[in-house]
Design a binder for this molecule. Structure first.
Ligand code: HEM
Length: 451
């Protein structure tokens, strides 16, 4: 008999555990970690009269890997994305429709496909930073999203002359929809004219891009992801529908933007904060750049940089918690989880457990190579989540982190503008819907290398 009541985290009378809604990333993470350690992987939190159910730690990650598709769905958890941008995005699909769409997306984001993106992405980054001067102060939380956006638009979509206005439109769409989805903003934000105008411009841009490409399909001698989407057949042998093509292009513009950009900032920050790692990374970076543009094989040679990227993904996970809808009831240990509710998976809790990652708050780039390989323990490492909806861009994202940091480090040899600077992380700000820095983060350019 499953009679045990799911334990409830302690909170204040009436308001409950308000930290759940707080933007303070450290408090938020500590709250989930403490409750996991006290109550176990399954617990509830009360927030302003609502009761929310949390599944945390390696147990939760393993449950999703093994049973996610049986009991959980994504559409209801990301309802606002489905309602605002269509029902065919891989993020909101479930079951057979998800498998069909995911097969297509995996074809342009798998390890073979991404090899061709590496050199052009480095060139795009160089193009972007060519105007930075020696001794210039550069604010990375603002600069990196623009660089990453240009990497996606110029390399995957062959769009090289997009303006900052369009970049701002994409950000407005992502931020507004996610904030409404996660109740950081009320639904009325989706009816405000600034949002509606931005959304309309993004939709029209994608429609025009696809329409024009159809006309010139036969004339082009090189191909990009749009060409691929126009020619690919799904597993039923049918070409993609207009809506499916639209969703794939939208994903390229949105899913990896904030995640890669912000994690790249944290990666550069951690390297600059650890002089012994900085020295080793600079040696690796200098060896691969050596008067030429590196390729994917070169990027893979940089083992210390890879360790630093993995450690950044562990200590600064962009997604600490993600929702799923419980479609069918299930039993876990002595508890029953009822269907018809949103459940929150605190995927980042495992990253801070000393039994999985000894001295979890120490930035230790040696964790990921043999014999340690701490990330390979079941359910331990989940910055891209796990299961059928695990990030489709994980491989590209990892490579982008490395190539972006490497290009910036090699070209301008940045140093911290103020040596004692510490990033204060927040889960959202007025302009952002995900993890970011509370304050600006300036580095100073020390040289200008030519490549
Ligand atoms: C550091 C970089 C990145 C991080 C940390 C990250 C993280 C994540 C996470 C945690 C999810 C699961 C969300 C959920 O299901 O609730 C996800 C999904 C996804 N990500 Fe990423 N991501 C990154 C880069 C990228 C890139 C570069 C792309 C593609 C250009 C991408 C495309 C996607 C897609 C398409 C999904 C949905 C997959 C599905 O539902 O089947 N991501 N990402």
């Amino acid at each position: 008999m499953l009679t045990k009541e799911i334990p409830v985290a302690k909170g204040l009378p009436l308001i409950g555990s308000l930290v759940f809604l707080s933007a303070d990333s450290q408090k938020h993470e500590q709250f989930f970690l403490n409750n996991y350690q006290k109550l176990g992987p399954l617990f509830k939190v009360r927030v302003l009269g609502q009761e929310l159910i949390i599944f945390a730690g390696p147990e939760a990650n393993m449950f999703v890997t093994q049973h996610g598709t049986r009991y959980l769905t994504s559409r209801e958890a990301y309802l606002n994305i489905a309602q605002e941008f269509g029902e065919t995005s891989v993020i909101v699909l479930d079951g057979a429709a998800h498998r069909r769409s995911r097969k297509v997306v995996d074809q342009f984001l798998n390890s073979t496909a991404i090899a061709q993106f590496v050199k052009p992405m480095i060139k795009t980054t160089l193009e972007y930073i060519k105007d930075w001067q020696i001794d210039q102060r550069i604010e990375l939380f603002h600069m990196l999203p623009k660089i990453i956006f240009n990497q996606f638009t110029s390399v995957l979509l062959s769009q090289t002359s997009l303006t900052d206005d369009f970049y701002n439109d994409v950000y407005t769409c992502i931020t507004t929809v996610l904030k409404v989805n996660f109740q950081q903003k009320s639904k009325s934000a989706l009816r405000q004219s600034a949002y509606l105008k931005a959304k309309n411009r993004v939709i029209v841009f994608i429609q025009k891009l696809v329409e024009e490409r159809r006309k010139t399909e036969q004339l082009r001698d090189s191909s990009d992801v749009v060409d691929f989407l126009l020619s690919v057949k799904a597993d039923d042998g049918q070409p993609l529908t207009e809506e499916e093509i639209f969703s794939c292009v939208l994903i390229i513009l949105s899913a990896g933007l904030d995640t890669v950009a912000t994690t790249s900032v944290f990666l550069i920050y951690e390297i600059l904060k650890h002089p012994e790692i900085y020295e080793q990374v600079m040696a690796e970076v200098s060896a691969v750049f050596d008067n030429r543009i590196p390729d994917l094989e070169d990027i893979k040679k940089m083992k210390v940089l890879r360790g630093a990227a993995m450690e950044t993904l562990r200590i600064h996970p962009m997604v600490f918690m993600t929702p799923r809808y419980v479609q069918h009831p299930f039993d876990y240990q002595d508890y029953r989880v009822e269907s018809g509710q949103i459940m929150y998976f605190a995927l980042g809790v495992s990253h801070f457990l000393p039994e999985l990652f000894p001295n979890p708050y120490t930035f230790d780039v040696g964790r990921y190579t043999p014999p340690r390989q701490e990330h390979k323990q079941p359910g331990a490492f989940a910055p891209f989540f796990v299961g059928s909806h695990m990030c489709a861009g994980a491989k590209l994202g990892e490579v982008q982190l490395m190539l972006t940091a490497a290009t910036i480090l090699y070209t301008i040899q940045p140093e911290l503008d103020s040596p004692n600077y510490t990033i204060k992380k927040v889960l959202y700000t007025e302009k952002r819907s995900a993890l970011t820095g509370k304050n600006n983060f300036y580095v100073r350019s020390k040289r200008k290398a030519l490549i």
